[in-house]
Design a protein around this ligand. Structure first.
Ligand SMILES: *Cc1c(COP(=O)(O)O)cnc(C)c1O
Length: 377
């Protein structure tokens, strides 16, 4: 059997029971299960607010859209961001006619606080921090910098479902303006496509509920209409988007959530096997993780001298690695930033994502690790 780099595990009977409930009730849109999952997610994470969306990408766009309006940011203003991320983090900035200002990464492949500080200028308004592979990186230091320079902080927590630091979800730390999670098909809490946006501020959460639903304000009809009357009498306050999540996805999320912590613990166990084998090999560089015992480890990375050759060697054994991520400044859209992040530019040629998911046994991981270790001798 071939081994994929990422493979979601669905608790199928529980998922089907949730979906069945939606279908029997005749309610697959927003509301019902989405409200229930928002509540469960708030209880699980400690976030004060949570708004369920159709993706993390939509959420990152809404984060920039809503903060831009609140603080009066102008077109062309900058948000400091990382070149080592899925392109969503940076496109979200561009959607609002703002500019990603790329800062280099640290040993965790997260934004380096020193580089963030160097890149702060007249037009800097915020920092977009990506918790790479579930890592919290040096988020605490970056929060301090944001406080000193009066910058907003957006946390792209696509990889961070379940990551804690001393029992606390980093997205709930004071100073994080908004945290966005992903429940995309291969993330730690997979649905099909969906996400959650958690604003620290309740007013922004309320605004987000309108903007993510075409800008519609339901207050008018909730005031005027009786139960059961068709809700047509609404206002429209914003040029909103169709970004709301639906009950089917929320139902699947509800079924999956009870397993998240034990599955993340299993991920850590598999990572420890890789660590143990690779730490003996001078040619293999393990990407470290701070607070390792509480990291969600969405992906497990190493850096090797010849990444392409290793990918081929693994493929010969019917094992498929991946690359997370190409330095975003290499994309034609972002060439204006080429050369600004030498560390990211170097490491992007050497990183390889090892298979990591619930369908791997410890024996599988030992076997993969031995192949890699042997090849890199
Ligand atoms: C997956 C991912 C996203 C996008 O999430 P979607 O829910 O697919 O929109 C954004 N940022 C990072 C770092 C990701 O890995």
């Amino acid at each position: 059997m071939s081994i994929q780099v990422l493979k979601p595990k669905f608790h199928i009977e529980e998922c089907l029971a949730q979906v069945r409930e939606c279908l029997e009730k005749g309610w697959t849109g927003s509301g019902f299960k989405t409200a229930e999952f928002e509540q469960k997610w708030k209880e699980y994470t400690g976030h004060a607010n949570a708004c369920f969306l159709n993706s993390n990408t939509s959420g990152l766009h809404l984060a920039v859209n809503i903060l831009k309006r609140k603080y009066g940011w102008k077109d062309g203003d900058e948000i400091i961001s990382t070149p080592i991320t899925f392109i969503s983090s940076n496109h979200a900035i561009m959607y609002e006619n703002m500019l990603p200002r790329f800062a280099d990464i640290d040993e965790y492949l997260c934004l380096d606080p020193k580089e963030v500080e160097k890149n702060i200028g007249e037009r800097t308004r915020a920092v977009m921090f990506v918790g790479y592979g579930g890592r919290v990186g040096q988020l605490e230091k970056i929060l301090q910098i944001c406080k000193e320079h009066k910058l907003a902080l957006i946390l792209d927590a696509a990889h961070m479902s379940g990551t804690r630091v001393n029992g606390v979800f980093p997205g709930t730390w004071a100073g994080v303006d908004v945290t966005v999670y992903s429940y995309q098909a291969v993330k730690n809490l997979p649905t099909g496509d969906s996400g959650m946006i958690c604003f620290a501020d309740a007013d922004l959460d309320a605004e987000c509920r309108k903007v993510s639903w075409m800008g519609i304000n339901k207050d008018t009809y909730s005031r005027t209409s009786r139960e059961g009357t068709y809700k047509w009498n609404y206002g429209v306050d914003y040029l909103g988007y169709k970004y709301n999540g639906n009950a089917i996805m929320a139902g699947i999320a509800l079924a999956q959530l009870p397993y998240l912590d034990e599955e993340n613990a299993y991920r850590r166990k598999l990572c420890a096997i890789y660590d143990e084998v690779f730490s003996q090999n001078r040619n293999i560089h393990i990407i470290p993780a701070p607070h390792r015992d509480e990291c969600a480890f969405h992906i497990y990375e190493i850096a090797v001298p010849n990444r392409e050759a290793l990918l081929s060697e693994l493929a010969k054994n019917d094992i498929y690695g991946g690359v997370h991520y190409r330095d975003n400044t290499e994309f034609s859209m972002y060439t204006y930033a080429q050369g600004s992040c030498p560390k990211a530019h170097e490491i992007t040629k050497h990183i390889i994502t090892m298979p990591l998911h619930m369908y791997l046994s410890e024996t599988d991981v030992h076997r993969i690790a031995e192949i890699v270790d042997h090849f890199c001798k």
